[in-house]
Design a binder for this molecule. Structure first.
Ligand code: ATP
Ligand code: MG
Length: 364
């Protein structure tokens, strides 16, 4: 049997730097744990544009469709700001999400004890926090038709349409319930059923999937505005939150900041199962290409490393190995090792990207 395959798309800016540390970790798993992957690499974003004149070559797209998991670094940078919209680096990433049909975006908000002081909230509110936001990623108001800016009488009107089909809601709901079974067995669904028809349908369909397929999982419903408030007040009441594209965008950014630096936050985007049973999957740090620190060996590689941990868990069914990696990160942080973004000027010398990666390999 051939090894599971990983396609690495390191991208632009700090992407290749943080991905370099993930490669060390992949090598470690091969050498020490007998976990062999067929790893290939290709270009995405500005670096692909420089070579091919497009942010995602068709061959790369085809490879991504075949891969058991895609690991992506980051795309974009000031150099590409002048490009036409159709070839902007971000279009490469959007094309991957769209053509792989990655409808379920998983964003954990997890607070490592060593960084609890870093949160904008009180330490007891965030210490030990471990929640997962599941955001619908391929439909809703960002895609609904009609859309545009039209002229009506003597003024212009901006139009977007929130639109969800039952099957779009059902598939992301299943994804959330499956996750909950492997975690705290609790799902809270958020919408605005009080003022939106799409919200009424959302609530109905999530409830129906629950009752028919996942009655053993605890389900609650909340209006998204109240949910935002609860998320800031006492986030530990949640396990898995499932919500639409727009609310998920806002709620997951807010949840992210409960835990500290952008440099710590991983994500996974999952689609339908392939023939081998694994979901189509793309893993990437939440942060962008960080042009202000690119090329300086300063970026925090942890978000990208934790994204690989998610790949171990969700694509390769190696939850124990994922936990091993997360614990190695925790150990290094507990030892006081910090990249510059994790320091608030308290006289500790920051480590470089490569040193942080080495420390995590050592801890493994
Ligand atoms: P994008 O549009 O691609 O999301 P952005 O400008 O919104 O980009 P980032 O590129 O993520 O956001 O950068 C935001 C800030 O956070 C920058 O100051 C950057 O240096 C910092 N930052 C982002 N990622 C990291 C990281 N891994 N380590 C350290 N600092 C980071
Ligand atoms: Mg951004």
């Amino acid at each position: 049997m051939s090894n599971p395959s990983i396609l690495i798309l390191a991208g632009d800016g700090i992407g290749p730097e943080v991905m370099g540390e993930v490669k060390k970790i992949i090598t470690w798993y091969g050498d020490k744990r007998g976990l062999q992957f067929d790893v290939s690499e290709d270009l995405v974003g500005g670096s692909a544009y420089d070579v091919h004149g497009t942010p995602l070559h068709d061959d790369t797209m085809a490879k991504a469709q075949e891969a058991d998991a895609v690991l992506l670094g980051a795309v974009g940078g000031p150099k590409y700001d002048v490009l036409d919209f159709s070839v902007k680096p971000e279009r490469g990433l959007l094309r991957l999400r769209k053509e792989m049909d990655l409808y379920s975006n998983l964003r954990p908000a997890q607070c490592f004890d060593a960084l609890a002081d870093f949160s904008s909230l009180k330490k007891d509110v965030v210490a030990g926090l471990d929640i997962m936001i599941v955001r619908e990623l391929t439909s809703g108001i960002y895609f609904g038709e009609p859309r545009g800016i039209i002229t009506e009488g003597n003024e212009r009107v901006g139009i977007n349409t929130q639109r969800y089909t039952e099957s779009e809601i059902a598939r992301v709901a299943r994804s959330a319930f499956e996750l909950a079974k492997r975690r705290g067995n609790k799902v809270c669904s958020m919408e605005k059923a009080n003022v939106m028809e799409s919200g009424i349908l959302w609530r109905e369909v999530v409830q129906k999937i629950h009752d028919e397929e996942y009655p053993e999982v605890e389900l609650s419903h909340m209006y998204a505005d109240a949910g935002a408030m609860q998320l800031c007040r006492w986030p530990k009441q949640f396990d898995v939150i499932v919500t639409d594209n727009l609310f998920g965008d806002l709620l997951s950014d807010a949840a992210a900041m409960l835990t500290g630096s952008l440099g710590m936050l991983p994500s996974a985007s999952l689609g339908a199962p392939m023939a081998n049973g694994r979901p189509k999957a793309l893993y990437e740090p939440v942060h962008g290409s960080a042009p202000d620190i690119a090329g300086q060996n300063k970026a925090n590689p942890i978000a990208c490393i934790l994204s690989f941990a998610m790949a171990l868990r969700y694509s390769f069914d190696k939850g124990d190995e994922a936990t091993r990696l997360e614990q190695a990160v925790e150990k290094v942080l507990a030892d006081g090792v910090r990249t510059a973004d994790l320091l608030a000027g308290e006289g500790v010398t920051p480590v470089s990207t490569t040193e942080m990666g080495d420390k995590i390999v050592e801890a493994l």
